[in-house]
Design a binder for this molecule. Structure first.
Ligand code: NAP
Length: 265
């Protein structure tokens, strides 16, 4: 089995990576950062997002494992004190995995050219200066003319990130759906949006047609300038992201751990 390690720049992560490589090699596992079967990320959820985009062309065959160096994250299950346990799980690997939905974004240019992107957390269409004006189509029909800072469309695993800050619901990743949330929409007697997040099932599309070209399109940690973009089509991707499932961490436990842990009952 070939293993890649993808770490962030923190000194702690670099030291853990060194120990991990030594331990993997000692146990007869091969390090291959080009065409791995497993990608171990060392850092936080942000590091896993980086690894996902780095290996996005190989996600059909790759399984990810997240080892965190700070706090427990949504994509990072392993503590740096559990290296021996992790290496033992890798040596006994039998292909066990858990898969989660992804967001598919098609960017349609004025020229008619189309580009596809996959996101693990979300895509956001935002206008940094002035108001984003964009027509939003649902079910093939014009649904609303949005005015505000922007909109975000998140996967279920991304629902605990930017989406949550926008007042979106936390979605269990067994649901094959995407969620649109508004970022500071203008709602008054003249302008109106739905004003609440909405969830779209697999097979349906959210189409966003911005009315100017001063906007940015973010997907996970990346950014595209809005110039010459006519529309964005967002839907649940046909592909999924796979994680090596050596042990089960219940999704609601992750949510509890991340957001509620400190409250005494
Ligand atoms: P960052 O600004 O350095 O960190 C964003 C924070 O979001 C980090 O604490 C990160 O966890 C956490 N995070 C990432 N994915 C998550 C998930 N699925 N569930 C819960 N928390 C998550 O940016 P970054 O590390 O490059 O991550 C990019 C992400 O930041 C975007 O995909 C977006 O979701 C999020 N974001 C959030 C807001 C907001 O909440 N207002 C605004 C912009 C972007 P770690 O510390 O473990 O890495």
């Amino acid at each position: 089995m070939k293993i890649a390690i993808f770490n962030n720049d923190a000194k702690n992560s670099q030291m853990i990576t060194q120990s991990l490589v030594a331990s993997l090699e000692k146990n007869g596992l091969t390090i291959d950062n080009q065409h791995p079967d497993i990608v171990i990320t060392v850092g936080g959820d942000g590091t896993l997002l980086g690894a996902f985009q780095h290996y996005v062309d190989q996600i059909d065959t790759i399984r990810f494992v997240g080892l965190h160096t700070g706090h427990l994250g949504f994509y990072t299950d392993w503590l740096s004190t559990e290296l021996a346990n992790l290496v033992s799980s890798l040596t006994h690997d039998n292909g066990q995995r858990v898969s989660y939905p992804l967001l598919d974004m098609t960017v349609v240019h004025e020229s008619g050219e189309q580009y596809h992107f996959l996101a693990l957390n979300e895509a956001a269409i935002k206008q940094p200066v002035g108001t984003l004006v964009a027509d939003i189509y649902l079910g093939g029909q014009l649904f609303e003319r949005f005015r505000g800072d922007g909109i975000a469309v998140a996967t279920p695993t991304g629902s605990t990130a930017y989406n949550k800050a926008n007042g979106g619901a936390v979605l269990h990743p067994k649901l094959s759906a995407i969620q649109m949330s508004e970022i500071a929409s203008i709602n008054n007697r003249v302008f109106r949006t739905l004003g609440s997040p909405l969830v779209v099932p697999k097979g349906e599309e959210i189409i966003v047609k911005p009315k100017s070209n001063h906007f940015l399109v973010m997907y996970d940690q990346s950014e595209i300038k809005g110039r010459h973009i006519n529309e964005l089509r967002l839907r649940v991707a046909d592909k999924q992201v796979h994680f090596a499932a050596y042990r089960h961490v219940d999704f609601w436990q992750r949510v509890h751990r991340a957001f509620i842990n400190d409250i005494e009952s």
